[in-house]
Structures are given as structure tokens and as C-alpha cells.
Design a protein around this ligand. Structure first.
Ligand code: FES
Length: 645
């Protein structure tokens, strides 16, 4: 094992040793010596901008910023004498005087690093004049507000945006006293290329960048009342490590867990950080039955269970178990999926069982059958190591924003090339090449790419090939592919959502053109439609046929996870059933096909296991909140609606 070289030096008169390369700040922290900081963040690159961490080195006339000054052998450092404290206090006063830091009017008050420093330095008044300059407040973004008046120009947001999110939307603009955080060269955040990951909020040490969904939860020194739950976000199957802050059963904020050695580097996406804080549909809290006039009437839980059992039993008696179906959202936990399967298959002997993303699975299963049984998908970490990322028929910005961040990081850190094939260029200016192509035409374009890239030497471009595809972008795409040594192909719902697997099979062929990754892993990432799609697939919940093709079904049970949207064809099929009961957290008009609605908790209100979408394992997602009063756990509901014979 390589021996680390150690450096000896003196800090506050104490002889200490630290590994070579450590900064004075790191060395001080290793030895329990406190040095205040503001622009420094342990998960971001050193910056040395605020100078609050100044120390005296070898008694020299100039104070040094400890966060960027490396330790050297024999160095003598003082961290805490009158001269140093005076310098830090002056710096802090200027920071307060420069902009609006009247803490009593700030929602961040009580949870603010700048305010904490004022207490630490017992700064009871300012000895320098307040500048009183006015800066804009940018409220143009759906989730994030930037109040430039409260900014201390520490640059943490700028570094987090570039280094963790790989986006580089934020940067400094203007000079001197008018310096501000700029967005895409003077745009409003709402019109910018911001991907709404919210990392800027998480790392901002003041109230300059904040979450607009929680502005009314003023902190005011109450941080200690918060419960902090470390868990994982189950929104898209990446299961990003997250921290949930809760007060009196209110979700206050959600942060990514930093530091992180995961490929996502501790960030969260818009879905993980903001979506759980806002619900647009009313919660269902009592069981309901549809009455003859198309309205709903309340039932007791026991009445609702009895109605469901009778409805399912009537269908089974009249037509047999083949006529019963169970349909469940893959946003449910593996425990819920397993209990649902047990109830419908073992209990009700239902002839049809599927998930709401069954169509995607049918296509994926058919495509993997074409390539043999040993299909192993690439882990997400492979994206950042690729030299070419090819995004086909996928909208990573909507469905899997963290994958989008990994692509941008591959570009920034690995100089990777990128190409997008799809209806929209969802990578924007990050895409090296963009080929606009409809879902219908994707297979033909993939076929053309395979021919040109030399795989299908026997194939000849179809007659209208050159008219349709021969373009500068297509030639660019072929060149990018031919030059790549380590490409990754990311496919999304425009391929998995096609009933015909041929397009997806062509993507498999393309991904295999440059050989596999170590361990026989395919150079392919398949984006899954829901948070626990891989768990549902592991449990064998995908039917071989869509519900529309399964004619005998006359009734059944539908279990939703959240605000799931039902496809129009499915909605129509469900409304033709003789009996349908729906377990749902939300009351929505989409559910008019149901005879009985039974409320269920959302994932925040029930713990459970979720499978990682790349097949690399699973995580347990903890319960964060109590469900609204009266809502029963899913297992209890499912146990109560089994057949009575
Ligand atoms: Fe060292 Fe800001 S913390 S310069």
C-alpha cells in the first residue's frame, strides 16, 4: 500500500502532522480547531473568495485564506489572535453592510450561515455605513427564487451548478459593487437552461436562493424542532440518497445527501427535491362509492371492503377467475407490489395481472429475448465515463433529470460527445448532434445508422434513405459513432413505448457495435417509466398482452401510487368493466370508471423497498410522514379484501 507522506507543522503552538496536500483549514478541522468559513463548502472546489477563514502564517504581514493555503513542513500558523479576529469581524461587517441582510425579514433566519457568523462574532451593530444598494429579486422560476439582495457572492451556487449538476447555468456577472450571480448571461432563471435540481438552494449559505414552495415556513431559530430523516428518493428508480426535514408532520425541505460517492454526487432533481412538496390533486381520505347519478357517497371502511369483495366475487362467479384483473402502478413499493400480486393471483385467482407500464416491459422483454438471456444493463456510472452518449427516443430532462446531469458531466469532465435522436432536443446546446425524428421513424433511422456504421454490410439503404436521412447531422452522427471507443446508448419511451420491439432491438444492435463493457455488460441504459419499474419486473408483474387484448376481463382492482395518469385507451377499457375498485391516494376525475374508491397512503407515508432501475440492487425508503387521519396501510387494506371462500 502506498505510504502517505506526512507534513509536520505548528498550529496555535501545537506540533501536528497532516497528510501532504491538506489545506490549513482541513488540518485545523482534523485537530479540532475551529476556523469560521463562508464560501468554503467541503463538497465543492476550493474558492478562497470571502476571506473569513484568514489565519496568520509564520507571523507574516499578510493574512492567508486557510481554505486554499496548503500546509508545508515547518509552517507556524495562528488561527485565533486579536489581529485575525479583527480582520474577520471587519470582513463580516462589510458583508452585512453591502446588501440587505436584515435577518428578521428573511425566511432563512435561524438556518443561515451568515447569521450564525454574526452571533459567533457578537456583531451587535455595524461600524461601517450600510450601502443600501438595491438588486433584483428573480421570481421567474417555478421552484426557485433568487434574491440578489441577500447574496454574499460566495460562489457556492456557481460551483455546485457546474461541478455537481454539470450545468453551468450560474456564473458571476458585472464588476465591483454591482457584481451579481448571473443566469445564462443575464437571463431570468425561469427562462434559462436551469434544470431545477435545486442544488443552488442547498448550498446557499444565506437566504439568497430559496425554495418558493416553503417560503411560509419561516424558520426563526426553530431548526432544532425539525426531524431529519435520511432516506432515498423513489421518484424515478435512481434512488438518490436524500434528507427529509419534517416539522409537525409537515415536509419542510428535501436535500440531497452530501458528500456522496454515488454517480449523482449527492444532487437531487426537480422531481426529488420539489415534487413531494407540492400536490396538485386533493387527497382521498374516506372510501367512496359511485351512486346511480354519477356522484359519490361516503362508505365506512368495512362497507367499502364488503363491496369490493362482493364486486370481485360476483365477476368471478359469473365468468370465472379469468375475468378478473389486477393492475398496479410501478410507483408502489416492492412490498405493495408483492402483496397485490399475492391477493390477485393466489387469493382471487385473477386471469390477468399487469402494471401501468406493462407495455414498456412487453417491448423490453421481447427485445431482450432477441439478444439472449444474459442481458445486463450498464450502470449509470458508465455514463460519466463514456466518450459518446447517444440519447435515443428519451427525454431525460423530464423523466430522469439526474441521467441528464450525468450526461452533462461526461461532457464537462470527460470531453464526451453527445447526440440526440428524438422528437425534441432535450439536451439543448449540450447535444453535439440532434436528429429530429418521430417515434414512428426511429427504427428506420436506427437501421440507417447501423448500415452506415458498417454493421449491416448486407443491408442497403432504402430508396428514400438519402432523401430522408442524409443530412449534415446524420453524417455527423455516423462520424461520432465511428470515432467513439466507449459509447453508451440511452433509450427511452419512444422505443420502449412502441408495441413493436424491432426499434429497441436495433438500439441493442447499435449498443453492441463497439463490444460490451467488462463483465459482458451492455452499453445500454434503458429508462424505466416509474420509480419501482425494475422491482415490478423482478416480481414478474408484467402481462404478456395488453389489457385491451385480454377480452375475458370483466372486473378487477386497480392500485395507484400517486398522481398516475392513465392512458386514454386504458381508461376506456376500464370504463367498460362491470366492476372496478381503485386504491388511490388522490381523488381524481380520471377514476370515474370505478365503482369503489379506497384511500391509500403515498410513498412518503409508508416505508418500503424499491429496486434500482439499472438492476444493481434495491434500497429501503423510510416512512417520512404520518398519513392523513384514518388512512390505513396498504397491507391492511389488501388483507381485508381477500375472497371469503
Ligand atoms: Fe476561505 Fe471563504 S472560507 S475564503
Amino acid at each position: 500500500m502506498e505510504q502517505k507522506v506526512e507534513i509536520s507543522f505548528k498550529i496555535d503552538g501545537k506540533e501536528v502532522k497532516v497528510p501532504e496536500g491538506a489545506t490549513i483549514l482541513e488540518a485545523a478541522r482534523q485537530h479540532g480547531i475551529h476556523i469560521p468559513t463562508l464560501c468554503h463548502h467541503p463538497d465543492l472546489s476550493p474558492y478562497g473568495g470571502c476571506r473569513l477563514c484568514v489565519v496568520e502564517v509564520d507571523g507574516g504581514p499578510k493574512l492567508a485564506a486557510s481554505c486554499v493555503t496548503p500546509v508545508r513542513n515547518g509552517m507556524e500558523v495562528a488561527t485565533n489572535n486579536e489581529r485575525i479576529l479583527e480582520a474577520r469581524r471587519t470582513i463580516l461587517e462589510f458583508l452585512f453592510a453591502e446588501r440587505n441582510h436584515y435577518c428578521m425579514f428573511c425566511a432563512q433566519s435561524g438556518d443561515c450561515e451568515l447569521q450564525n457568523l454574526a452571533y459567533e462574532f457578537q456583531m451587535d451593530h455595524l461600524t461601517v455605513p450600510v450601502l443600501g444598494q438595491e438588486f433584483p429579486v428573480d421570481t421567474s422560476h417555478e421552484d426557485i427564487v433568487i434574491d440578489h439582495n441577500r447574496c454574499v457572492l460566495c460562489g457556492r451556487c456557481v460551483r455546485a451548478c457546474r461541478e455537481l449538476a454539470g450545468n453551468a447555468v450560474l456564473d458571476f456577472q458585472n464588476r465591483g459593487g454591482r457584481t451579481m450571480i448571473g443566469v445564462d448571461l443575464s437571463q431570468n432563471l425561469g427562462e434559462s437552461s436551469c434544470v431545477s435540481c435545486g442544488l443552488c438552494i442547498q448550498v446557499c449559505p444565506t437566504g439568497a436562493i430559496f425554495n418558493r414552495h416553503r417560503t411560509h415556513y419561516a424558520v426563526k431559530g426553530k431548526v432544532k424542532d425539525w426531524q431529519m430523516v435520511e432516506s432515498f428518493c423513489p421518484e424515478c428508480g435512481l434512488l438518490c440518497p436524500s434528507i427529509y426535514y419534517v416539522k409537525a408532520n409537515n415536509l419542510i425541505k428535501i436535500d440531497g445527501r452530501l458528500p456522496s460517492d454515488m454517480p449523482d454526487r449527492g444532487q437531487l432533481c426537480r422531481k426529488g427535491r420539489f415534487e413531494p412538496l407540492k400536490t396538485s390533486k386533493p387527497r382521498l381520505t374516506r372510501p367512496l362509492e359511485r351512486d346511480g347519478d354519477g356522484g359519490w357517497r361516503e362508505l365506512t371502511w368495512e362497507e367499502a371492503f364488503a363491496r369490493v369483495i362482493k364486486g370481485l366475487a360476483d365477476v368471478r362467479e359469473a365468468y370465472g377467475g379469468q375475468a378478473l384483473m389486477g393492475l398496479i402502478s410501478s410507483g408502489c413499493s416492492s412490498e405493495e407490489l408483492g402483496a397485490f400480486r399475492y391477493l390477485m393471483v393466489k387469493g382471487w385467482q385473477a386471469g390477468y395481472l399487469d402494471t401501468l407500464d406493462g407495455g414498456h416491459f412487453r417491448t423490453l422483454i421481447a427485445a431482450t429475448e432477441g439478444v439472449g438471456s444474459n442481458f445486463k444493463e450498464a450502470p449509470w456510472g458508465a455514463i460519466t465515463e463514456a466518450d459518446l452518449v447517444l440519447q435515443i427516443g428519451a427525454d431525460t430532462s423530464k423523466s430522469h433529470p439526474i441521467i441528464g446531469a450525468l450526461i452533462r458531466r461526461a461532457i464537462l469532465e470527460n470531453k464526451a460527445k453527445t447526440a440526440v435522436m428524438g422528437t425534441e432536443n432535450t439536451l439543448g446546446e449540450w447535444a453535439g448532434e440532434f436528429l429530429e425524428v418521430s417515434q414512428e421513424d426511429l427504427p428506420s433511422l436506427l437501421q440507417a445508422l447501423l448500415i452506415e456504421a458498417g454493421r449491416r454490410s448486407k443491408g442497403k439503404p432504402s430508396k428514400d434513405f438519402y432523401r430522408r436521412w442524409a443530412s449534415k447531422a446524420f453524417t455527423g452522427l455516423v462520424n461520432l459513432f465511428n470515432q467513439a471507443d466507449n459509447p453508451i446508448v440511452i433509450v427511452g419511451q419512444d422505443l420502449t413505448g412502441r408495441p413493436d420491439p424491432s426499434g429497441l432491438q436495433l438500439a441493442f444492435d447499435l449498443a453492441d457495435l463497439k463490444g460490451r463493457l467488462p463483465g459482458g455488460v451492455w452499453r445500454l441504459v434503458v429508462l424505466k417509466p416509474a420509480g419501482n419499474s425494475a422491482g415490478a419486473w423482478n416480481l414478474g408483474l408484467a402481462a404478456r398482452q395488453g389489457l385491451n387484448g385480454h377480452k375475458p376481463v370483466k372486473g378487477g382492482l386497480l392500485c395507484l401510487a400517486a398522481e398516475d395518469d392513465l392512458e386514454p385507451g386504458l381508461k376506456e377499457r376500464l370504463s367498460g368493466l362491470e366492476f372496478l375498485a381503485v386504491l388511490t391516494p388522490y381523488f381524481t376525475d380520471e377514476l370515474r370508471a370505478a365503482k369503489i374508491l379506497i384511500p391509500k397512503p403515498i410513498w412518503l407515508e409508508t416505508g418500503g423497498t424499491y429496486a434500482l432501475a439499472d438492476g444493481s440492487g434495491s434500497r429501503f425508503v423510510k416512512r417520512i410522514l404520518e398519513p392523513p387521519q384514518g388512512i390505513r396501510p396498504v397491507e391492511q387494506i389488501l388483507a381485508a379484501i381477500g375472497p371469503r371462500d
